[in-house]
Design a protein around this ligand. Sequence first.
Ligand code: COI
Length: 377
Amino acid sequence: MRMEKTLLRSFISTTKLEFMPTNLKITLVSQSRRESVDFDNLPFGQVFSDHMFTADFDGEKWTNFEIKPLENLSVHPGNLAWHYGQAIFEGMKASKSITGTPLLFRPEMHIQRLNASATRMCMPEFPEDMFIQAVNTIVDLEKKWIPEEAGSALYIRPFMIAMDEALGVRPSALYKFMIICLPVGPYYSKPVSLKAETTYVRAVEGGVGEAKTAGNYAGSLYPARLAKQEGFDQIMWLDAKEFKYIQEVGTMNIFFVLKDRIITPSTTGTILKGITRDTFIQVLRDKGYMVEERRITIDEIYEAFANGELLEVFGSGTAAVMAKVKRISYKGKEIELDPDSYKIGPSLKAHIEGLRNQTIEDNKGWVIPVQSLETIS
Ligand code: COI
């Protein structure tokens, strides 16, 4: 499956960031696995495309930029990421326009958030322009892996891990940055039920809740398992001090549609700064809705429900896009909603999908056409 063709591609700086131009080595698979994949049945996270991007941080600089056939890594048992958790990631999507052009969505937001996560986790930043070009190049190579069905996309997973081979609680000197790609269908295929968690916490002010770091997800697994045993799909996290303020769902940010406004928790360090969240807020404001980003108590939501003012609850995320919430449970008190009546959540989903296939005009510069490698020999 290897070494059919090796190309060298020059990275050319496209932004004001300064870095030494360097070479990207490209090794293509001799035979793609694409034809053996059932694109009508794409469970999220199970199917990987042919290639991956890798780069190494040697203690001083990023080096060894390479796209090569997807393969296992050989990692020392003393790898610091495994023991002390220096591991961060992003989730972004590539789609195709109705005329077949591969498109990226707000890629610069993802590298900025990755670098914010890197800073919090004491890891090196990855240069923005290298990131954009690496994503562009791998998506161009994998364009036949971009599903065309509505609600499907090529999920792009950039991530960085520590690579020092030594034990000791200290920042690694060495790191690996990688990009893998997965054709995916919808993350949630049905409306979800949420348990407002009153025993376990996800994040506290001053912690790492805002970083997209592996440990945040690991810490959610046990409470999520208990919630599943009680019949819920996901947890709605509350603040860690009073169990009063709503944070996020763990896989998504959350929105509440009231009669006269739409509210979503403010990003005060304990929740992920969702890019879909930001997109929804901007789209809603442009359409004339009043959107408030603020602290929201769980009691306020129950009160709005009791008064008939809570019209919709939905989550937002790159993977989930928009997921309707059908039920919330808090200390045994239930909110049952009618997802079939939702209008705003589905209109946001349709809007983002319209931007992603260029049937809706992008007046914000969010949609970035992938540049073809064919121009480079
Ligand atoms: C994403 O929305 O891309 C995420 O990283 C969430 C993850 C649970 C799939």
